[in-house]
Design a protein around this ligand. Structure first.
Ligand SMILES: NC(=O)c1ccc[n+]([C@@H]2O[C@H](COP(=O)([O-])OP(=O)(O)OC[C@H]3O[C@@H](n4cnc5c(N)ncnc54)[C@H](OP(=O)(O)O)[C@@H]3O)[C@@H](O)[C@H]2O)c1
Length: 272
């Protein structure tokens, strides 16, 4: 199956769609990543907080793909933020993943009081060539503006909850202006809007599933997306989205689905 790539602000390429690995553990996690890699997924998003880096690493070992063909993302846990602890956390993640380096290392949440020092460590990892790119998660615009005061390196990517039902238009524009690639987490809203008649009508129009329409909405906005599934059928379904795109008019209609709805219930501004 085909797929798209995006170019990050430091010139490196990343598949636009990947596998999200939250909420999968042990043998299930390993099997899901192995299946995804067999299907053709080449972007894997995990995190120290997901407690499955070792299983992701084991699946990568089994797949035995050339290292350059797989783009691996992991994240520094909130409890490891700060300068020295971030540096140590990165090494520990690489060890668990059984990798010499991670393609993209992210700050998992904008933890109060630690953002500056954590980012200083991220910049050190990047300057040392230990990681190919660095970025953040859940940095809504106030956090990005604050970064202007302390960051020497612009994050390559910002991973945020963003869907038609949480249409953060200003954040999309802000990230575009700053050359920060947006990546959507919980792009399927954990299934919480699959029954919305508006979404179902759109799926019917294109002969696709609600999940595929939600993923296409992100891709057609130029957003990277990382749906999670542990089921082989749904892994295939979620990857099978490169043979169509939404018209501009339908994209605009879906932008209008906005309800400011956070499927996780987590508002990053609680860290402000
Ligand atoms: N940076 C952050 O703070 C942050 C926060 C949350 C998530 N994330 C990342 O984003 C990834 C995706 O988000 P998410 O896991 O919260 O939710 P999601 O991808 O929106 O939804 C996953 C849920 O939808 C189901 N599903 C998947 N494909 C489906 C399909 N085609 N049809 C019907 N149901 C389907 C999955 O079940 P099955 O497994 O049974 O298919 C699972 O229950 C995470 O795995 C993680 O990597 C990052």
């Amino acid at each position: 199956m085909n797929q798209n790539f995006v170019r990050l602000n430091n010139g490196i390429e990343m598949p636009q769609l990947g596998l999200g690995c939250w909420d999968m553990w042990g043998a299930d996690a390993r099997r899901a990543v192995e299946t995804a890699l067999e299907i053709g997924y080449r972007l894997i998003d995990t995190a120290a907080m997901y407690r499955n880096e070792a299983e992701v690493g084991a699946a990568l070992t089994t797949a035995a793909l050339p290292r350059a063909d797989v783009f691996v993302i992991t994240k520094v846990a909130n409890t490891d933020q700060g300068y020295d602890s971030t540096l140590r956390a990165y090494e520990a993640s690489c060890r668990r993943l059984n990798l010499d380096f991670v393609d993209l290392y992210l700050v998992h949440w904008p933890v109060s009081g630690l953002r500056r020092e954590t980012w200083r460590a991220m910049e050190k990892l990047y300057a040392d060539g230990a990681v190919r790119a660095i970025g953040v998660c859940n940095y809504l615009s106030p956090f990005l503006r604050e970064m202007d005061e302390y960051a020497g390196i612009t994050p390559a990517l910002n991973q945020c909850e963003i869907t038609p039902y949480l249409f953060l238009k200003d954040l999309i524009i802000d990230c575009q202006t700053r050359s920060i690639q947006l990546q959507a987490w919980s792009p399927l809203l954990r299934g919480k809007r699959f029954n919305d008649p508006k979404l179902q009508a759109m799926a019917h129009k294109y002969g696709k599933t609600p999940a595929q329409i939600l993923l296409r909405w992100a891709l057609d906005h130029g957003i990277s997306t990382i749906p999670k599934s542990a089921s082989p059928e749904r892994l295939k379904e979620n990857f099978d989205v490169f043979d169509f795109s939404l018209t501009d008019a339908d994209l605009a209609i879906m932008d209008g689905f906005n309800e400011d709805f956070r499927s996780s219930g987590e508002d990053p501004m609680r860290f402000w």
